[in-house]
Structures are given as structure tokens and as C-alpha cells.
Write a protein of this length. Structure first.
Ligand code: GLV
Ligand code: MN
Ligand code: MN
Length: 428
């Protein structure tokens, strides 16, 4: 790609680094959704939106949106975005690169005095990462019209409801239906790959074909918390023993399903709460959360049936009780729009970039957006494939290349979608 970029790579990089400064000092890089730091990051972003000539607002689902009006309001919106929240001790790029790229695209268009026919919206979706309420992609679910009332009633470990938390970040749970959008004609998301494929093949960008479906399951084991020194082994009801055996069962079942191929399948126990958590107390209660991902939902059904059976057996063996498996969330796999994928590929090829198709094992807001409008994604390389860790890294120029692909595609979509709309009017 030529040295003269149609956007400012340093300005884009500067935004990513500035947002990285807004982190829990002891636990970089942490900006958990709904936390005061998350709100601080968003205030910073809203200022950047305003300074870039974008009208900033928060929609009822708590998404922060910056908007540049188009020349033909009836044409609707081209939207670009991702998320600014992080996992605990996460990275500086996951989600943030996509929001910053959107902002830079808006600035580059303004610098070039180029107003699109469509309105352009830059979206920072609320809580893409699993939140303290056990739910992820809260904002994009809302925008897709699938943030249900029972989800708003979900509680965090302190007993607060998502409904109240949404209000605190400027959303409006009483008008959640109004978050559902009908006017977005195309959605594009730039994201770091979070895997090793692009780097290992020395490629510049990946055009995402599909996004794995994610189900999160909660299992709770209840035993008896007793004195660790005085309770004989044969009289214990140790909840952690049942949970630990279940963790191993998850691993074995997932390995087997992944090996069956050709579908992608992974499962992880990333949360294990042990209570009361004393070195000299037999664990009385254990809660674990399983994250299951696949391109084939039939495999999830098989997996769940197997874990249901195994965890019940492990509970019986440890003489503890097990609550029925609860699905905290469930999203099917999502295909990216073929026309948008072609456009992204054309832009990348015209720029002389090395490009490939790639499937996403990570979840993304684009999966929910694809329910309401054509949606597609561009991946940029992740150093050593690392992500959800502080070492997460993508070079300045790698992000800039992905952002230019997005910018060129936004411009070409604006032209082609305007043409389509005019042709439709001519037909009518
Ligand atoms: C999002 O980061 C996910 O894939 O869990
Ligand atoms: Mn993530
Ligand atoms: Mn992400």
C-alpha cells in the first residue's frame, strides 16, 4: 500500500493508546462494562466524537453513537463500530481498534470534505464482553431487537439488575424496543484477529466468512461447608470435587467433538466460584460457567446432553446436589454478508494488500447486527495470536491498513447503495 494513506494512521493509533490509559492501574488493561472507568472511557470517546464533528448520543440499549448526517436522509445509515469494554486484564486493541477505526474513517471523510449520501454512524456497542450480569453483546442485542425482558432482569453478584445498570450508563430499559434499528443498510466492523492465522501466513487482512455461535451455561453444585480438619473423607459433601470432575468432562467432550470435524467446536470453563473459599473449609458451593462455541449448533446440543449427564453423575458421586443447567446466553452462528465480503475483498485487493477469507471463533457485535442488516468484518493480525491478555498487540500500520480497507468500502458502498435506492425508485 502506498505511503500516502487516505487517513491519519498516527491519529488513529493515538486514540487507541489514549483509551488504553483509562484502565485499572493494578490490572492493565481493564475497563469493565458499567464500571466508572468504562464511563470515563466513554466520556473521552464522546468528546472525541464531538471534536470530530459527530453528533453523539446514547441509544436505549446503552450504545454510544456518533453520527455524521448524509446528503440524502431517506437513504438510511452506513454503520461502523465495535466495543470499548474489556475483559479483566485484557488488551488495548480488542474492540477498541474497531471503534477508533470508525472514528478515524469519519474524520478522514471530513478532512477530505466528503459528505456521504448515507448518514454515517460510529457505534461503541455496550458490553460486548461477558458482563457481570453473565450476558455479552448487550448493546448489539438491543440494536437487533433481541434484548429480552428476562435478560434485563439478570443480576450481577451484588444483586443489581441489568435494567438499573443500563439506566446508569444512559440507556432506557423502559423503551428498549426503540433501540431496534430499521434504517441501517450496512454494518462493518474492524477487529483484531485474536488468532495466529494472518500472522503465520504474512497476510494483511482477513475477510470474515462467519462468526461462531456462543452458548454460556451455568452449573451450580451444592454440598456442605465443613471443617477441613475434622470431617472424615467419607463423610464429606465437597462441591468442588463434583465441579472439578465436570471441568475435566467438559474438556474431554469438547476434544472429542472438535476431532470429529469438519465443524469448529471449543468449550471452556473460565469461571469457577468456590464458596466459602477458606483453606481449611470443605467447599460447600461451586458455580461454574461453560463457554461453548461452534459453527454447528447440533454439536452444542450433543455437548449439552453429555455434560448434563456427566455433571449429574459427578454430583451423585460426590454426594452433592446439582441445579439444572442454566443457559445464561445463546447466540447462533452468523454468516457475514456475501456482497459486503466481496466489497471488502475488492477494496483490499485494489490497495495491494494480501488478503484471505477467515472464520471467526471469537464472538462479535457483527453477529447480532447481521440479524437486522448486511454485516461484515475485517480482521487485522494479532501478534503471536495473543488476545484477552495485556500482551495483545497489533502494529500501527497493520491497523491503519485494515482501516483504509474499511474507509474505501464505506465510500464504495455509499455509491452503490445510493444507486440501488435510486434504481428502486425508478422502478416504482
Ligand atoms: C469476545 O471477545 C468473545 O469472543 O468472547
Ligand atoms: Mn473480547
Ligand atoms: Mn472484541
Amino acid at each position: 500500500m502506498s505511503a500516502a494513506l487516505p487517513l491519519d494512521a498516527d491519529r488513529l493509533w493515538g486514540d487507541i493508546m489514549a483509551l488504553a490509559e483509562i484502565t485499572e492501574a493494578e490490572r492493565p488493561y481493564t475497563r469493565r462494562s458499567f464500571s466508572p472507568l468504562f464511563q470515563k472511557g466513554r466520556a473521552w470517546l464522546a468528546d472525541r466524537f464531538a471534536a470530530s464533528g459527530l453528533a453523539a448520543r446514547i441509544d436505549p440499549a446503552g450504545n454510544l453513537i456518533g453520527r455524521a448526517e448524509g446528503r440524502a436522509p431517506s437513504l438510511g445509515v452506513i454503520a461502523v463500530g465495535s466495543h470499548s469494554d474489556t475483559v479483566p486484564s485484557g488488551g488495548r486493541f480488542d474492540g477498541i481498534a474497531g471503534v477508533a477505526a470508525g472514528l478515524e474513517i469519519a474524520r478522514a471523510l471530513r478532512d477530505a470534505r466528503l459528505q456521504l449520501d448515507h448518514a454515517l454512524e460510529i457505534i461503541d456497542f455496550l458490553a460486548e464482553e461477558p458482563s457481570d450480569f453473565g450476558l455479552s453483546c448487550i448493546g448489539s442485542r438491543g440494536m437487533a431487537g433481541v434484548l429480552e425482558a428476562n435478560m434485563l432482569d439478570m443480576t450481577d453478584p451484588r444483586g443489581g439488575t441489568l435494567r438499573d445498570a443500563l439506566r446508569r450508563v444512559g440507556g432506557d430499559p423502559d423503551c428498549i424496543a426503540a433501540a431496534r434499528r430499521h434504517d441501517i443498510k450496512a454494518f462493518l466492523e474492524l477487529h483484531i484477529e485474536q488468532g495466529i492465522v494472518l500472522e503465520s501466513l504474512s497476510l494483511d487482512v482477513g475477510i470474515v466468512t462467519s462468526i461462531a455461535g456462543i452458548r454460556r451455561l451455568e452449573i451450580v453444585f451444592e454440598g456442605a461447608a465443613d471443617h477441613a480438619g475434622t470431617t472424615p473423607m467419607d463423610l464429606r459433601r465437597d462441591a468442588l470435587v463434583a465441579a472439578a470432575n465436570t471441568v475435566v468432562a467438559v474438556r474431554h467432550a469438547a476434544e472429542r467433538l472438535a476431532a470429529e470435524g469438519p465443524d469448529y467446536f471449543v468449550a471452556t470453563v473460565g469461571i469457577l466460584n468456590v464458596e466459602p473459599g477458606g483453606a481449611n473449609v470443605v467447599p460447600g458451593r461451586c458455580r461454574l460457567v461453560i463457554d461453548v462455541r461452534t459453527t454447528n449448533p447440533a454439536l452444542t446440543q450433543k455437548f449439552v446432553a453429555e455434560i448434563d449427564r456427566d455433571s449429574k453423575r459427578h454430583a451423585e458421586e460426590a454426594r452433592v446436589s446439582r441445579r439444572a443447567l442454566v443457559a445464561l446466553s445463546d447466540g447462533p452462528p452468523a454468516a457475514c454478508d456475501p456482497t459486503l465480503r466481496t466489497r471488502l475483498r475488492e477494496s483490499a485487493t485494489e490497495l495491494g494488500l494480501r488478503v484471505t477469507d477467515i472464520a471467526s471463533g471469537a464472538g462479535h457485535d457483527a453477529a447480532f447486527m447481521s440479524r437486522i442488516c448486511p454485516s461484515a468484518m475485517v480482521f487485522v493480525p494479532s501478534r503471536h495470536g495473543r488476545s484477552h491478555v495485556p500482551e495483545e498487540w497489533t502494529d500501527r500500520d497493520q491497523i491503519a491498513r485494515g482501516a483504509v480497507v474499511m474507509l474505501q468500502t464505506v465510500k464504495s458502498l455509499d455509491r452503490s447503495l445510493s444507486g440501488d435506492a435510486r434504481a428502486d425508485e425508478g422502478v416504482r
